[in-house]
Design a protein around this ligand. Structure first.
Ligand code: GCO
Length: 445
């Protein structure tokens, strides 16, 4: 079987480097009858939103099968598990706490800790309660305050049994895909929407950080951002400028406010009516100190000029593509991490997601997913090389623990290192899971 390996002297083979697997609530939980509806329930029910017309009603039935899932996670030999909390499972519409829902996460956290597994919680992985969307969702400033109340309830209940709290997962996706492009819930379209949603998400992060500091001073608190390394399609000045704008618009828009309290220069290039409304003091709230930043990386983005002073993205080309059609470019991962390190005064970083979808098949009880093993191998080495160049990276989480609901693509794309047969809910470790486990077991020192 192909293996995943790192150079013998790698800092990533030391025991203090944290390895984990990651999931998110809507993508695995099911059990929608024990929480209030969220924007993804609504979005899935609309025509032409999800490629295979599915939804999160059942997913991986994790709420029912969580104990066996904890056993499976422990069996992989990981140090940590990154999960997200469904806002609508722990808070009711009237602002009261759903104690049964909270108990689910308390039990899960306790079971993981009992096995020596660190719990990395993400408070918001895109499943906004629908009643909040009905009041404007992330276009409404009040949502940021509602998020801080929710963060308060969760951090009071789970406390420091949670090793790390991330406020948001990928605000780029919530804002841009959800409110600007409309291909994710809630399906709104417009630049002004996207920019305002992004600002309120970042504000929500800052407000929640203040709450977390108070409630869980010893947990590591921060945020998870996604990045696609920006490349220019050609050496022309127009395309180089386009790549810079694409980088600022899609990547730095989310990290620069956190670390420097300002939005990137590209903001001045968007029309006045699409500029977000920023209240006095907002940027200070957003720029709270973070204990860590989580980086999610999958692929790069290539940009060219649209001929009108703006950028457009060139579709991925070449043969080295995942089942998502995403280019496999491990060098771009190193480049991203090194450039962030050079550009910013960064807190410690965790790779909170990295992985790939491939066309997996369960044959005679086995899933021989060599391309995924190759992907992990090259990308772990890419992280190692960033560390060698001085980037402070403390851990790595494979996306994902198991196949799950891949948003607008439904169950048609499989990202898991564990195969899920949705009809029987049987989980089978793919060869990539075995290779990951072997890497973790072979750590030297
Ligand atoms: C993400 C998402 C995941 C996706 C993964 C693959 O944070 O982008 O966390 O939910 O499933 O990225 O597209």
């Amino acid at each position: 079987m192909p293996t995943i390996s790192l150079p013998d002297e790698s800092a990533m083979l030391r025991r203090d480097f944290i390895y984990g697997v990651a999931t998110s609530s809507f993508q695995i939980e099911g059990a929608i009858d024990t929480r209030i509806p969220c924007i993804w329930d609504t979005f899935c029910a609309q025509p032409n939103t999800i490629a295979d017309n599915t939804n999160g009603d059942v997913a991986c039935e994790h709420v029912k099968l969580w104990q066996q899932d904890v056993e499976m996670i422990a069996g992989l030999g990981v140090d940590a598990y990154r999960l997200s909390i469904a806002w609508g499972r722990v808070m009711n519409e009237d602002g009261s706490v759903n104690t049964q829902g909270l108990a689910f996460y308390q039990n899960l956290t306790a079971a993981l800790n009992a096995k020596g597994i660190k719990v990395f919680v993400t408070l918001y992985h895109w499943d906004l309660p629908q009643y909040l969307e009905d009041q404007g969702g992330w276009l409404n400033r009040d949502t940021a305050h509602a998020f801080a109340q929710y963060a308060d309830a969760v951090s009071k209940a789970l406390g420091e049994d949670v090793y790390s709290y991330a406020t948001l997962n990928e605000p780029f996706c919530s804002a841009y895909l959800g409110y600007e492009e409309g291909i994710h819930a809630p399906g709104k379209v417009g630049q002004a929407y996207g920019r305002q949603a992004a600002h309120h998400l970042l504000l929500a992060h800052g407000l929640a950080m203040k709450v977390l500091r108070k409630n869980v001073p010893n947990s590591m608190c921060g945020i998870v951002l996604n990045f696609s390394t920006a490349y220019s399609a050609t050496d022309s000045q127009e395309d180089i400028d386009a790549a810079r704008m694409g980088d600022e618009y899609h990547n730095h828009w989310y990290i620069q406010p956190l670390l420097e309290g300002t939005y990137p220069n590209v903001m001045a290039q968007i029309s006045a009516d699409a500029q977000p409304h920023i209240a006095q003091g907002d940027m200070d709230i957003i720029a709270q100190k973070n204990d860590f930043i989580g980086v999610n990386y999958y692929t790069r983005a290539v940009y060219k000029s649209d001929g009108q002073g703006w950028f457009e993205q060139v579709p991925p080309y070449g043969e080295d593509l995942t089942a998502m059609g995403w280019e496999i470019v491990p060098l771009a991962f190193t480049k991203l991490l090194v450039e962030l390190h050079e550009r910013y005064d960064l807190p410690p970083m965790y790779i909170t997601e990295n992985g790939a979808a491939f066309d997996d098949h369960l044959v005679d009880g086995e899933v021989v997913d060599k391309p995924r093993i190759d992907y992990f191998n090259s990308h772990l080495r890419a992280v190692n090389s960033a560390i060698e160049q001085g980037v402070d990276i403390r851990g790595y989480f494979a996306w994902s623990l198991m196949d799950n609901f891949e948003w607008a693509l439904g169950y048609s794309k499989r990202f898991g290192i564990v195969y899920v047969d949705y009809a029987s809910q049987k989980r089978t470790l793919k060869h990539s899971a075995l290779a990951y486990k072997a890497l973790l077991n072979n750590r030297l020192y």
